[in-house]
Design a protein around this ligand. Structure first.
Ligand code: FAD
Length: 459
């Protein structure tokens, strides 16, 4: 009977979505949950996205570790679904499959000059300083004095902050040593964050903005003209947006007190927000081997509320810089031809986490909702997916007979020469990283080479 059958469920991806979905599924007293992850190490963007100077955000790893320690949960790292094993193979082996593989691509600017050296995605830059193996070759050239970030969200602020933080303040973080060495040599003095729309439409949040305004050795550059008339519109906006805008307004319009004025006057670095500017082209340097600036179309706003759009006025402006980082969003990739994918929205079509028209297939996290929202948002939506799956299980909507689960998949993987990394393997790597950080006062020195990781594990 179904009552005696152990529900075998697998989750693809071990970021917040994967771990929070697993956590919810394990509330079922018999369910067994396998988490497949393409990296040899777990935790997705908590390890490879969250900024190194925000260690408190990474405390969720403790919860994920507890989940992984549950006897009915297993982690299988170093297994790329879609390459090492297919989704149909997983669906054969399990009663249900949850896709939680995040958003691994970046949205392209789609403007001329995007391919020039000196232009890269914020995604790659973040991956580089956080030790994501595929981005270790990036080695950005920070010999210019001005960097332009296209985008005004929290990722853009993370990147600006890392570029401008005095390197000695990053020494006690888990930023990679290679990145720290490059940042120590950096000549970047000014960082512009460019947005198509205005101060009322910025996508970053107040905590991150406040941190930026207070960044040591750095002063903000805001043009009061951009903020004229804004005070009157504050009544119309929701409270978080109102508080954020008030902070922007104060910073732009108010004369700072003597202490803050002195701090700003002695600052050797600066960051600024450029509003109402839409990138048209990355301008090449005279030798064509780098970026010399960004050509921006001046915009004005049309429409109200969330539907406010930027339309070009016809005016153009060149912003000189030697480094361009595009931070206009992440994007999910299709994982397998058998899985429906909405390439326009970049998500798997679903209703509350049930993949449209594919019984037994679910999704959670960024691949379900699109690449926005913090870890807490991802937690809520992953619990919801878990709940839907358990409901379907209870209602008898999932296959009833026993399923082999990981045993079948391990056989396939081993026939393909793939050696998975277990959670206790990860704990060995974790201990190695922590040991390498000791003595230098760093929480860890991240391993960045998958070959080295596998070698350390004797694979
Ligand atoms: P991910 O975290 O990306 O996890 C997806 C996982 O799936 C990855 O481990 C990936 O390797 C794996 N995977 C991908 N493809 C495959 C495959 N084919 N087979 C197997 N595995 C696969 N939120 C906060 O609350 N605070 C912050 O400070 C914060 N900072 C952020 C900074 C950056 C730069 C970014 C991009 C995001 C940040 N966020 C932050 C948001 C937070 O990271 C996301 O809400 C959350 O990580 C989304 O979870 P996810 O599991 O859907 O995706």
């Amino acid at each position: 009977s179904t009552q005696e059958t152990t529900p075998q469920i697998c989750v693809v991806g071990s970021g917040p979505a994967g771990f929070y979905t697993a956590q919810h599924l394990l509330k079922h007293p018999q369910a067994h949950v396998d988490i497949y992850e393409k990296q040899p190490v777990p935790f997705g963007l908590v390890r490879f996205g969250v900024a190194p100077d925000h260690p408190e955000v990474k405390n969720v790893i403790n919860t994920f570790t507890q989940t992984a320690h549950c006897g009915r949960c297993a982690f299988w790292g170093n297994v790329e679904v879609g390459r090492d094993v297919t989704v149909p193979e997983l669906r054969e082996a399990y009663h249900a499959v949850v896709l939680s593989y995040g958003a691994e691509d970046h949205r392209a600017l789609e403007i001329p000059g995007e391919e020039l050296p000196g232009v890269c995605s914020a995604r790659a830059f973040v991956g580089w300083y956080n030790g994501l193996p595929e981005n270790q070759e990036l080695k950005p050239d920070l010999s210019c004095d001005t960097a332009v970030i296209l985008g005004q969200g929290n990722v853009a602020l993370d990147v600006a902050r890392i570029l401008l933080t005095p390197p000695e303040h990053l020494e006690k973080t888990d930023i990679t040593k290679a990145a720290l060495d490059v940042l120590r040599q950096s000549r970047v003095k000014t960082v512009w964050l460019v947005g198509r729309r205005g101060p009322l439409q910025v996508a970053f949040t107040i905590k991150e903005l406040r941190e930026m305004i207070q960044l040591p050795g750095t002063r903000p550059i805001l043009d009061p003209v951009d903020f004229l008339g804004l005070q009157d519109r504050l009544k119309e906006v929701p409270r978080p947006r109102k508080r954020l805008t008030e902070l922007l307004l104060r910073t732009a319009m108010e004369k700072p007190g003597p202490e803050e004025a002195a701090r700003r006057a002695s600052a050797s670095r600066a960051w600024g927000l450029r509003f109402f500017r839409s990138p048209q082209q990355v301008l090449p340097s005279p030798d064509g081997q780098g970026a010399a600036g960004v050509r921006l179309a001046v915009t004005r706003l049309e429409g109200v509320g969330e539907a406010t759009r930027a339309v070009p006025t016809g005016a153009m402006e060149d912003l000189p810089c030697g480094l361009v980082l595009s931070s206009i969003g992440y994007k999910s990739r299709p994982i397998d031809p058998s899985v429906p994918f909405d390439s326009k929205l970049g998500v798997i079509p679903n209703v509350e986490g049930r993949v449209t028209d594919v019984p037994g297939l679910y999704c959670s996290g960024w691949v379900k909702r699109g690449p926005t929202g913090v870890i807490a948002t991802t937690m809520t939506d992953s619990f919801l997916t878990g709940q839907m799956l358990l409901q379907d299980l209870k209602a008898g909507l999932l296959p009833s007979g026993p399923r082999p689960g990981s045993a079948a998949i391990q056989a396939l993987l081993s026939s393909r020469g793939v050696q998975p990394v277990s959670f206790s393997d990860w704990e060995k790597l974790d201990a190695e990283e922590v040991a390498r950080g000791q003595g230098t006062g760093r929480p860890r020195e991240k391993l960045v080479d998958p070959q080295e990781m596998l070698h350390l594990l004797g694979h």
